[in-house]
Design a protein around this ligand. Structure first.
Ligand code: CTP
Ligand code: CA
Length: 225
């Protein structure tokens, strides 16, 4: 099917998107993870492809891949370390990188070979920090690559997002409110775009509209292809 109605304003643009949650196994059957579904990344990827971009998605294991056959490559990974390794393979030549993934900040410091039985009630399990995927990609990307992060916040939304943007050397951060019924696993969305120019509320109340607004911003700020 050829889409003749959508303007191809992102033609020539190569975009890397991380999506979904990572899974960090602590025994063969259990993981540390979070409720992210990958919806934001999928909406962005789908719209970007329809607008003419070439998109690479690196997604956690809970995300059903999009079925677009042209303009899209899809890698499924499990852990944060795998997400980083795969994204680094995809990074060369990218013009835009968007980190929508809810990467697990921690992983178990050890993994049991056998299932941990419930008799182990009261046990504690040491964790260690995971690498920061978008920060590492920003460090390794070619100069001029447009780097975009997301910030899931319950409070101090704008301040935290601006701090993360500066800290991770990103061009823009989409700050979004998470909590009951908003953010994780729902289409409902309340978001602000935080850049060096300041803060602007993003239109709409659905992730579909957030994706469109972010891609409009990308179209206005795209590095020369
Ligand atoms: N991110 C990442 N790798 C991580 C953690 C976060 O790539 N290990 C990215 C997310 O994809 C998002 C941005 O960093 O684009 C912000 O994620 P968020 O969880 O809001 O911030 P953190 O830096 O992890 O801080 P905290 O969870 O403590 O608020
Ligand atoms: Ca985090």
């Amino acid at each position: 099917l050829v889409d003749l109605t959508t303007p191809k304003d992102l033609a020539g643009l190569r975009m890397l998107i991380t999506a979904g949650s990572t899974w960090e196994y602590f025994d063969p059957v259990r993981v540390i993870t979070n409720p992210a579904t990958g919806l934001m990344g999928k909406l962005l990827a789908g719209q970007a492809v329809r607008r003419g971009a070439e998109v690479a998605v690196v997604a956690g294991p809970g995300v059903t891949p999009l079925t677009e056959r042209t303009g899209l490559v899809w890698d499924t990974v499990v852990s944060a370390e795998e997400m980083l390794a795969r994204a680094l393979v995809r990074l060369p030549g990218m013009h835009v990188v968007v980190g929508t993934a809810a990467v697990s900040d921690f992983r178990p410091a050890k993994r049991a070979e056998q299932k941990v039985h419930k008799a182990a009630v009261g046990l504690s399990w040491p964790v260690e920090p995971n690498p920061d995927v978008i920060r590492t990609l920003a460090e390794q990307a070619d100069p001029g690559t447009l780097m975009i992060g997301f910030a899931a916040e319950t409070d101090n939304i704008i301040e935290s997002a601006q701090r993360k943007r500066v800290d991770k050397k990103l061009d823009a951060v989409v700050a979004n409110r998470v909590g009951l019924g908003v953010g994780f696993g729902t289409g409902a969305h309340e978001a602000w775009l935080v850049t060096a120019d300041g803060v602007e509320p993003m239109p709409g109340h659905h992730k579909e509209e957030t994706a469109t607004a972010l891609l409009n911003w990308v179209a206005r700020h795209r590095p020369p292809a």
